[in-house]
Design a protein around this ligand. Structure first.
Ligand code: CA
Length: 702
C-alpha cells in the first residue's frame, strides 16, 4: 500500500503546475492512497494503465532505498533469442511471453512456474518475421489471457490453467504476416494488428469478441487499387479517401501500413488510437510512382472504440520512403498547454519527432526533433507536415539518413512520469544509407524493402573503419519536457537498441541496455543511482508491482529483435545466453550468475570459386542472409556466425541446410523456392572467403 510520504507532496506539487491534472484519474489515485483499489499495485494492462504511461505509483523502491535492490527470483527460458515482452501481474500471478509466442504464468512472489503454453508455431514462420521470433506480451480480461502468435493466430487461454479456450486465425497464412504485438481488450473486444510490411502485406487491425473469438470488425489501414472494389470492412467509409493518395499499381506488395505495436484505448474520448507502420516496399517511387501521401502509412489513426469507425488521423511522414513507421508506443495524458487543459497523446515515431497531438481531432500541438535529423528541417506548423531536405528521397543518388530504418525510437516503450512531468525516451542514433534499387523485382514472401541494402554492407576487412562506424551508433536515454519540447537530461549508452523505460513514484527511471546492465536513474537529474549487470542484453521495458507490502521490479532480459540479430557493430558481439525473467526487490537474496560464452575459431575452408560466382554469392548473402547472420558474415551472436561453422566446410551439409531446409524447425528454412543449388553454393563460396580472410587476420591460438 502506498503511504503518505514526501513523494506525495511532489505529486501534488506537479499538480499545481499542471492545472489540467485534476482531471487525470491516475493522479487522483496517486494523491489519495487511502482509496487506492488493490489492483493499482499490480500491472494489469500492457502500458501499466490504459493511458500507457508506464508510470508506477509505487515508492518503496526510491532514491534512498534503491541501492538495496537485488534479484529475488529469476527464470531461465529455453532459448537465446530476443525477449521484448511487458509482463502483466494480475491477482498475484505474473504472465509473460517468451520467444516463439510461448506464454508463461508464474507466482509473482516466488517465481514458481504455474503453467506454460506453447502455441507450436512452425519453425518456418521465422522467415516471415523481419525482426526475430519475438513477442511483446499478452492481454488479460475476465479470467482469460490473450496472445497473438507469430503465425497470425489470436488465442484465448484460461488464466488459471493455461488451457486453450479458443483460437482464431487473423491473417492469410499464405502471405508473410506475423504478429509480435500485444493485444488489447477494449469493450469486450480483443484488438489485434499484425506485421509484415518488410516482405509485403496489407495492414489492418481487427476486433474479436473476447468471449468467443468471433470477428466483430476490421479496419484496413491502406487501400487496394480501385478495380478491387470495397472490402466489406468498417474502413470502407474512408477507402476512397485513402485511394486518392496513392498512384499506379500500388498494392502489388500489399502497400504495408501494418499496425504492429501501438493500440491504445482512449477511455475519455471513447476511441482506439492506433499507430500505423511503413509502406511496402519502402521506396515511395516503387510503391506509388513517387506520388501521393499514401494514407494511412506512417500515421496515427483514431477509431470508434466499439465499432471501429474512422474518426481522424495524423500522418507524420507523408509518402514515407524511409521505413518511418509510426506504430511506436503512444502515451495518453492531460496536459496544460499555454494555460489550457488539453487531452493529448505523445509519441516519438521512427522519424525522430516528439509529437504532442490533440486527441479530440488529431490536430498537431507541437513537434520537435529529439535527435539530429538529416531528412527534415522541422515541421511546418501551419500544415502539420515535415519540411523535407533536398535529396532525402534518394532519387538521383544515395542519401545518408539519420534516423535510418531502425528509427530515432523504435518499439522500446517510453514512460511519462507524473512525478516530474517528463517523458523518458529510449532514443537511438544510427544512420542508414538509402539507395534506390534499380531493377528491383518483388520476391514472393521474402524481404522486399525495395532499397539497395548493399549500400550498407560493411567493409569487412577494415577494422579501423568498423570501429569508426560503431562509434557513430549511440543509444540515448532522453528526459524530455513535453510542454517546452526540450531535453532536460540525457544518459548516453553504447550502441542503439537499448531497453524500454519504467518511471516510478519513487523518483526513479529504470532502463536495461544492450550490454546487459540494468540501471536506475534519478528522474530529475539523470544521476545513475543503481546498476545490476544481468550479463544478458536487455531490450524489454521493466514493470513494477506490489504484493504483501513488497514492491517488485520485473524485467525480461534477452537480446535480439530486428536490429539485435542483424547488426554486430553496436554492442559486444558474443554467443548470447538464454533469456531470463528477473524479479527484483529490496534486499533480494537470489543467487544470480550467467556463464559468458565466447565465439569459437574461424574455420578454414578448402575450395575454389570463380570471381563472378563470388559476386553472386555476395549479392545473395548481403541482401538476404545478412539480415539474420550479420553483414559481411559478422554475427551479433544471436544467430550463428557462419564464418565459424563447421557446416561451411562441407558442401553437402551446407546444401542440406541452406537449400533443403534441414534446420527448418529452428527457424532456418531451405531456400530452394528462391535459389538454385549453384546459387546456394555461391553463397558458401562468399562466406568461405570471409572465413578464410578472417582466419588469416586472426590465426587461432594453439
Ligand atoms: Ca518496417
Amino acid at each position: 500500500m502506498t503511504r503518505k510520504s514526501p513523494q506525495l507532496l511532489i505529486i501534488l506539487g506537479i499538480c499545481s503546475t499542471l492545472m489540467g491534472c485534476s482531471k487525470n484519474e491516475d493522479l487522483l489515485i496517486a494523491s489519495a492512497p487511502e482509496i487506492t483499489p488493490p489492483t493499482i499495485n499490480e500491472w494489469r494492462v500492457h502500458g501499466g494503465t490504459s493511458l500507457e504511461q508506464r508510470y508506477s505509483p509505487l515508492n518503496q523502491i526510491n532514491k534512498n532505498t534503491v541501492p538495496r535492490l537485488s534479484p529475488v527470483w529469476h527464470h531461465q527460458f529455453d532459448d537465446a533469442r530476443g525477449l521484448e515482452a511487458t509482463p502483466l501481474v494480475i491477482d498475484g500471478v505474473l504472465y509473460t511471453t517468451g520467444t516463439w509466442s510461448k506464454v508463461y504464468a508464474f507466482d509473482a512472489r516466488t517465481g514458481e512456474l504455474k503453467w506454460q503454453y506453447d502455441p507450436k508455431v512452425a519453425g518456418s514462420t521465422a522467415f516471415k518475421a523481419c525482426c526475430d521470433v519475438v513477442n511483446r506480451g499478452v492481454a488479460y480480461h475476465e479470467g482469460r489471457i490473450f496472445i497473438g502468435t507469430l503465425d497470425g493466430r489470436l488465442e484465448a487461454l484460461n488464466a488459471e490453467s493455461g488451457k486453450l479456450e479458443w483460437s482464431t486465425l487473423t491473417v492469410d497464412q499464405s502471405l508473410p504476416y506475423t504478429i509480435t504485438g500485444a493485444p488489447r481488450v477494449i469493450n469486450e473486444q480483443v484488438i489485434i494488428g499484425n506485421g509484415g510490411a518488410e516482405n509485403g502485406v496489407r495492414g489492418y487491425v481487427s476486433a474479436y469478441a473476447a468471449s468467443s473469438g468471433e470477428l466483430r470488425w476490421r479496419f484496413y489501414t491502406v487501400p487496394t487499387v480501385a478495380e478491387k472494389g470495397f472490402d466489406g470492412a468498417i474502413s470502407d467509409s474512408v477507402l476512397t479517401m485513402m485511394r486518392e493518395t496513392w498512384q499506379g499499381n500500388f498494392d502489388f506488395l500489399g502497400g504495408g501500413g501494418t499496425v504492429w505495436d501501438a493500440i491504445v484505448h482512449d477511455q475519455a474520448l471513447e476511441q482506439i488510437i492506433i499507430g500505423v507502420g511503413n509502406g511496402s516496399p519502402w521506396d515511395h517511387k516503387l510503391r506509388s510512382e513517387g506520388v501521393g501521401d499514401n494514407l494511412f502509412v506512417s500515421s496515427i489513426v483514431a477509431l470508434d472504440d466499439k465499432t471501429g469507425e474512422y474518426r481522424w488521423h495524423y500522418q507524420g511522414t507523408p509518402g514515407d520512403t524511409w521505413d518511418f513507421t509510426q506504430t511506436q508506443p503512444i502515451i495518453l495524458a492531460d496536459l496544460t498547454i499555454d494555460g489550457e487543459p488539453r487531452q493529448v497523446l505523445m509519441q516519438v515515431p521512427k522519424n525522430g519527432f516528439f509529437y504532442v497531438i490533440d486527441r479530440k481531432d488529431g490536430s498537431l500541438i507541437s513537434a520537435k526533433g529529439i535527435v539530429p535529423q538529416t531528412w527534415t528541417s522541422g515541421v511546418d506548423m501551419t500544415t502539420g507536415r515535415p519540411i523535407e531536405t533536398e535529396g532525402a528521397r534518394y532519387e538521383d543518388k544515395p542519401f545518408v539518413g539519420s534516423p535510418g530504418g531502425i528509427g530515432a525510437h523504435n518499439w522500446h516503450p517510453m514512460a511519462f512520469s507524473q512525478n516530474t512531468g517528463l517523458v523518458y525516451i529510449p532514443a537511438q542514433i544510427a544512420a542508414f544509407v538509402y539507395k534506390s534499387f534499380s531493377g528491383f523485382k518483388a520476391n514472393e514472401g521474402a524481404p522486399n524493402w525495395g532499397v539497395d541494402y548493399l549500400a550498407n554492407a560493411l567493409p569487412s576487412e577494415e577494422e579501423a573503419v568498423l570501429k569508426q562506424i560503431s562509434e557513430t551508433l549511440r543509444g540515448v536515454l532522453l528526459a524530455w519536457d513535453p510542454l517546452t519540447q526540450k531535453e532536460v537530461w540525457r544518459a548516453e549508452h553504447e550502441g542503439p537498441w537499448n531497453g524500454g523505460i519504467l518511471a516510478t513514484a519513487g523518483g526513479l527511471v529504470f532502463q536495461g541496455i544492450a550490454t546487459g546492465e540494468f540501471h536506475a536513474y534519478d528522474d530529475q537529474t539523470g544521476k545513475r543511482l543503481w546498476t545490476f549487470d544481468t550479463d544478458i542484453g536487455i531490450m524489454a521495458p521493466p514493470i513494477s508491482y506490489q504484493l504483501d507490502g513488497v514492491q517488485y521490479i520485473g524485467l525480461m532480459a534477452g537480446y535480439g529483435g530486428g536490429y539485435g540479430v542483424s547488426t554486430p557493430l553496436a554492442v559486444d558481439p558474443h554467443p548470447r545466453p538464454n533469456g531470463r525473467l528477473i524479479v527484483f526487490a529490496l534486499n533480494g537474496t537470489d543467487e544470480y550468475s550467467v556463464e559468458r560464452k565466447e565465439f569459437g575459431p574461424f574455420v578454414a575452408v578448402i575450395g575454389e570459386w570463380q570471381e563472378d560466382t563470388l559476386a553472386v554469392g555476395r549479392e545473395i548473402y548481403e541482401r538476404g542472409c545478412s539480415l539474420c547472420h550479420g553483414p559481411s558474415g559478422r554475427s551479433s551472436g544471436v544467430m550463428p556466425d557462419l564464418r565459424r561453422s563447421a557446416v561451411l566446410q562441407n558442401k553437402e551439409a551446407w546444401q542440406s541446410i541452406v537449400y533443403d531446409g534441414a534446420l527448418e524447425s529452428r527457424g532456418m528454412i531451405g531456400f530452394s523456392k528462391w535459389y538454385s543449388r549453384e546459387e546456394v553454393e555461391a553463397v558458401r563460396g562468399y562466406v568461405a572467403g570471409l572465413a578464410n580472410r578472417a582466419l588469416a587476420r586472426e590465426p587461432v591460438a594453439d
